[in-house]
Ligand binder design. Structure first.
Ligand code: FAD
Length: 496
């Protein structure tokens, strides 16, 4: 059994070679983020004759993409929502975009012979709880109406029955990290990728940007932010536009089957299989929730453990929800582009971002430019985002839920700063500043993965306070005497 930030993907792939930025650069295009979106954009710019560079704060693939379930499918359970809001034309266009993305991904894998265990599978959408019958039938009807070949199904290939289900073909699964590592090798032949190189700040000058990193300054005519949740507030005001969905995932030895599935009832499960050597793993995701209503993380993991009995890997992951179930891909300010908000479907949408964003920065038209325009207004979501953040901010502020932690976590002050102290199994004290440097939300301890998680905007820190994923760009490191002035770490200046 693996405890901590390890996932099935990180445990079954390796990439030892990387280089860090150690100089200033002057480029045409800077891409920030080495997940599936950032690498896809770089891939599409390989023949652009532009001077391009990609910076990754940690290691390529170390973000959300290393914690996905890696299903490559257009059966996503949201077509009826899109249809309700925007009508049939948009729902159909979104379906086409997802099918195109699957073809693009397949072509990249085949053209470059990337060994990433791509497998063709049937995709199922199902419910166990009959209360959701209308919901799944609406989805089935709209899919048929927009030209999707859908079959009714009564059970999975392993004969396990569900209350109601549909299935589609021409969908896939793969190993997301093997794919990214393969893609990185190809990109690196023409475009430098610098890892452990975090962009701390971008500053607009007359006709260029200056991006300050922990180990160099980059002058760039255009910047593409593919960092999942951008670390900056202005421009774009992301915290007002999105909510976060968190899910809990397990992988355990089981028989091998050729399908993937998601349910659209209250349990919100997801299933797929992966074979590593002699072991067949079933990957089972259970209990997705908005991070603002997540509450006790340990309780969530306990529910997952009860569902699966035994497991080899256990992890959680967060994705960004846009409210209208369409991603954000496009220009948010002069020569500043963003690719994010994949509503838990980043394997297709990350690949698609590669094409959409590269077309836009090169000045070409793209058929999805309007549909995914990040400047479109989604008012209902703005309200939901504000309420969610406020709720998680105040709930944690008021209760500091000590009872969640079985006495292992306590809260105190060091030099007037709020700190949290976690005592590990051998009695060592781990002290951190207990507010997220991004927007000062109170952090929640995730005992299973030994991380401090922000319920407002999704930043994560390890038990000693080092940032694992953003939007925070800064650590929350403290010792018994003081919380560090952040200029003393490698991530630049920021006072707590
Ligand atoms: C539980 C769960 C299951 C999922 N399953 C599926 C699935 O089956 N199929 C599917 O299509 N999608 C799935 N998704 C969604 C998918 O995993 C994500 O949408 C996708 O991985 C996001 O990719 P990304 O490149 O935008 O982000 P990331 O992979 O997080 O990449 C962003 C990178 O930017 C880097 N970065 C951040 N800040 C900076 C900075 N300041 N400077 C430099 N670099 C920086 C990070 O370190 C990171 O490596 C799932 C999501 C969840 C939560």
């Amino acid at each position: 059994m693996v405890i901590g930030m390890e996932t099935l993907w990180t445990a079954t792939s390796i990439d030892n070679n990387y280089k860090e930025l150690n100089k200033d650069l002057d480029v045409d295009i800077l891409i920030i983020g080495g997940g599936i979106a950032g690498l896809s954009i770089a891939y599409n710019l390989l023949d652009s004759r532009k001077k391009v560079v990609l910076l990754e704060a940690n290691r390529v693939g170390s973000g959300v993409t290393s914690r996905t379930t890696g299903k490559i499918t257009y059966l996503q359970g949201h077509y009826f929502d899109i249809y309700k809001r925007y009508g049939r034309y948009v729902a159909k266009k979104y379906l086409n975009s997802q099918k195109e993305a699957i073809q693009m991904l397949k072509r990249i894998i085949e053209d470059n012979k990337i060994k990433c265990d791509l497998a063709k599978v049937s995709s199922y959408l199902f419910i166990d709880d009959i209360k959701y019958l209308d919901r799944i039938k609406e989805e089935e009807d709209i899919l048929k109406d927009i030209g999707c070949k859908v079959e009714k199904a009564k059970n999975f290939p392993n004969k396990k029955k569900f209350s109601y289900g549909i299935k589609v073909e021409d969908t896939y699964t793969f190993h997301p990290l093997k794919y990214l590592y393969g893609l990185k090798k190809i990109i690196n032949k023409k475009i430098p990728i610098y890892e452990k190189s975090r962009v701390l700040n971008i500053e607009k000058k007359d006709n260029y940007y200056l991006a300050t990193c922990n180990n160099g300054v980059i002058k760039a005519k255009k910047i593409i932010v593919a960092s999942h949740y951008p670390y900056f507030i202005k421009p774009f005001f992301m915290p007002l536009k999105v909510t976060l969905e968190k899910s809990y995932i397990s992988a355990f030895a089981d028989k091998s089957y050729n399908y993937s599935a998601i349910s659209i009832d209250k349990k919100s499960t997801s299933i797929r299989f992966y074979k590593d050597g002699d072991i067949n793993y079933k990957i089972y995701l259970y209990g997705s929730c908005n991070t603002a209503s997540e509450g006790n993380i340990n309780e969530r993991f306990l529910k997952l453990k009860r569902e699966v009995n035994n497991y080899n890997y256990l992890w959680s992951n967060i994705d960004i929800m846009t409210g209208d179930f369409l991603p954000f891909m496009g220009e948010i300010a002069d020569n500043l582009y963003i690719a994010t908000g994949y509503n838990t479907w980043g394997m297709t949408n990350g690949v698609l971002a590669g094409k959409v964003i590269s077309d836009l920065v090169m000045g070409y038209c793209n058929t999805y430019e309007e549909l995914f325009n990040p400047k479109r207004k989604i008012y209902s979501n703005m309200l939901l985002a504000m309420v969610s953040s406020f709720k998680s901010y105040t709930t944690e502020l008021i209760f500091h839920k000590k009872k969640w932690y079985n006495g292992k976590v306590s809260f105190s002050k060091v030099n007037g700063k709020d700190v949290a102290i976690y005592i590990d199994n051998i009695g060592r004290r781990h002290i951190v500043y207990s507010k997220c440097p991004h927007l000062k939300c109170n952090l929640v301890f995730n005992e299973e993965e030994k991380t401090w998680d922000c319920p407002c905007h999704g930043s994560r820190f390890d038990i000693d306070g080092y940032v694992i994923s953003g939007p925070s760009n800064y650590n929350i490191v403290c010792n018994e005497d003081k919380c560090y002035n952040f200029s003393s770490d490698s991530y630049g200046e920021k006072q707590v």
